[in-house]
Structure formats: C-alpha cells, structure tokens
Design a protein around this ligand. Structure first.
Ligand code: 0X9
Ligand code: ZN
Length: 303
C-alpha cells in the first residue's frame, strides 16, 4: 500500500491516484492531461462532488522541479486526506473542485530517482547543445524570457526555445484553458515547490505588484497563520520579486496574468536549508499536515 514514510516513484504515485479514485468514484476522477517528452503520462486527479454544473475550481501543480521531492509527497497526502476523510470536507467538496497534479515533471522526477538527485529541469533534448532540459517554471508565457531566466540550454533556469515548448507545461495550459470553458470556474492556482518556507504571490517577472496584491496577500497571510498553528513553522508571505528573486515564465505568473485564475500562489515548503531539497522522509507527514491547513484556508475563502 501507498504511504508517506518514504518517497515514491511516478508509477507508484499515479497508481495511488487511480486506486484511491476507484474507491471514491462519486467524488473523483483521474484525468491524463498529456504525455511527457519521454512518453510518460501526466495524470491529475479531480476531487469534488460529481455533477454537471460549473464549479469553483482550484488547481495545484506539484513536482514541476524534479529534485523537490517533498512536493509530490505532500500533494498525494492532500489527495488522501480529502478522500479518506471526505466527511470532514463535505461542504467544501460540494462547492469546489480540486485538480491536483502531483508530478508535473515526470521525466525529471524519474531522472532524480535513477541518475542525478539534484536534477531540476525537464529531460527534453536541446538542438545544437549537449545540455538537456528546460526549466519548466520559466517556460510559461507571461513575459517569457524576462528577468531571472536564461537563453543558455546549459543553465538551470533555461527558458526553452519558446513558451510552452515543453509538453508538460503545454499540457497544463491546454487543460486549464479547455476545462475553463466547460466545468471549471478557476479561482485559485497553487504551485508547490521547495524549499524556502514562503507563500509567494505574483509577480515573478517584475518588481511591480499586481492589481490584486492586497487581496492575494491578505489570504496568503491567513494561510501562513493557519500553517504555523499546526507545528509552529514560520513562513514569509509576499510577492516573488519582493521576498525571493525574479524569475519570469513561472506557472504562478501565467495562471494570474493570463486571466484564468483570480488568486495565484507558489508555496515553497520546508525547510530553509538545513536539509534543503533532500528533506528527510520523516518530515513528509508534518509538512503535509501544516501545508494542508494553508490550502484549506485558501479553499474555504471560496465558499
Ligand atoms: O525559481 C523558481 O522557479 C521557484 N523557486 S525554486 O527554488 N523552487 O526553484 C520560485 C518560483 C516563484 N515564481 C516565479 N519565479 N514566477
Ligand atoms: Zn521549484
């Protein structure tokens, strides 16, 4: 059976989604939104009461950076919590659909498991270079190629040949856009990363603050307070450029800047550098528990 005492492979994670969804068919479905460069499925789970009407919708990308193993680990914990304890979330799940993609960068994630633990990017071939991969979080299209990106295929922040050159980022965009026309009334976007202990709002491409900064910041502050109440973990809240550093082409800027989502946050979870990306598996459950309270705070603002 699946657990949160160790880190799991993409196949184990995706099989977990399929299995748990099969046990809760009335409030969930697994959707394959595309395939990676190396041909792996990109699978997400929708969680929320089934029904024909347009629902407020919450999208979460996990595992966009390969080495940030805590992200797929906690997003699968969220899936388990929402479904296994569904009676605690009836009101929420009647009104909101969660779309959770635990492993967005499936090829990179597998590469960190098999070959190179600190790999960050995708695994696409760059023509004219022996260096592999694009930073998927520089490959979205609001101010593509702006500050905090690189045009060099060998860079860790290589933006790619063009926006959405990567099948993984394109799959997210295409799914969001098409669902947005039918059953998803997109409200909140979360990108789950490590590490920094921060709740970040747009923008990542400019030092200017977005028009809805006050609204996003207030909800971010509330989420950080709820998170801290669980295990005392301290988070900073602010815009990407204000409290972290510029990086254009992130999924967060795209979600908000494209007009698809009203609120957009990147959550950089534990820790602040003691273990960094190599967070011990003993910290999966506490990290998941506290981050989930931040997620619930955001989701509950919709109902
Ligand atoms: O640089 C990133 O993509 C994220 N930090 S990480 O250490 N996980 O790589 C921060 C993303 C913040 N948002 C944008 N830069 N748009
Ligand atoms: Zn990251």
């Amino acid at each position: 059976a699946f657990d949160w005492t160790s880190y799991h492979s993409t196949t184990e994670i995706q099989n977990f989604l399929v299995d748990i969804s099969a046990q809760h068919k009335d409030i969930s479905e697994v959707i394959t939104i595309g395939k990676s460069t190396e041909g792996r499925d990109l699978k997400l789970i929708r969680i929320g009461a089934n029904g024909g009407t347009r629902k407020k919708a919450y999208f979460m990308d996990g595992g966009i950076h390969a080495r940030e193993w805590i992200s797929p680990a906690i997003t699968t914990w969220f899936v388990n919590e929402l479904l296994s304890n569904r009676n605690k979330y009836t009101a929420l799940l009647n009104q909101v659909d969660f779309y959770i993609l635990p492993v967005a960068n499936v090829d990179g994630y597998e590469y960190t498991r098999s070959s190179s633990r600190m790999w960050r990017k995708t695994r696409s071939i760059n023509s004219g270079s022996t260096c592999v991969g694009v930073d998927p979080n520089r490959n979205f299209d609001v101010e593509f190629g702006g500050p905090g990106t690189s045009s060099s295929p060998c860079s860790e922040i290589y933006k790619g040949e063009k926006a959405f050159s990567e099948p993984e980022t394109k799959a997210i965009r295409d799914f969001v856009v098409s669902r947005g026309k039918t059953t998803a009334d997109w409200k909140i976007y979360n990108a789950i990363h490590s590490y920094a202990q921060m709740i970040l709002t747009p923008w990542g491409y400019t030092y200017d603050l977005p028009a809805d900064y006050r609204k996003m910041r207030d909800l971010g502050d509330k989420a950080a307070a709820a998170l801290k109440a669980v295990h005392g973990t301290q988070y900073k809240v602010g815009s990407v450029t204000e409290i972290l550093s510029a990086g254009a082409g992130g999924s967060d800027d795209w979600a908000y800047g494209s007009g698809n989502f009203e609120y957009s946050y990147t959550i950089e979870v534990r820790d602040t550098g003691a273990y960094g990306f190599i967070l011990p598996p003993q910290q999966i459950i506490p990290t998941a528990q506290e981050t989930f309270q931040a997620v619930l705070t955001m989701a509950n603002a919709l109902i």
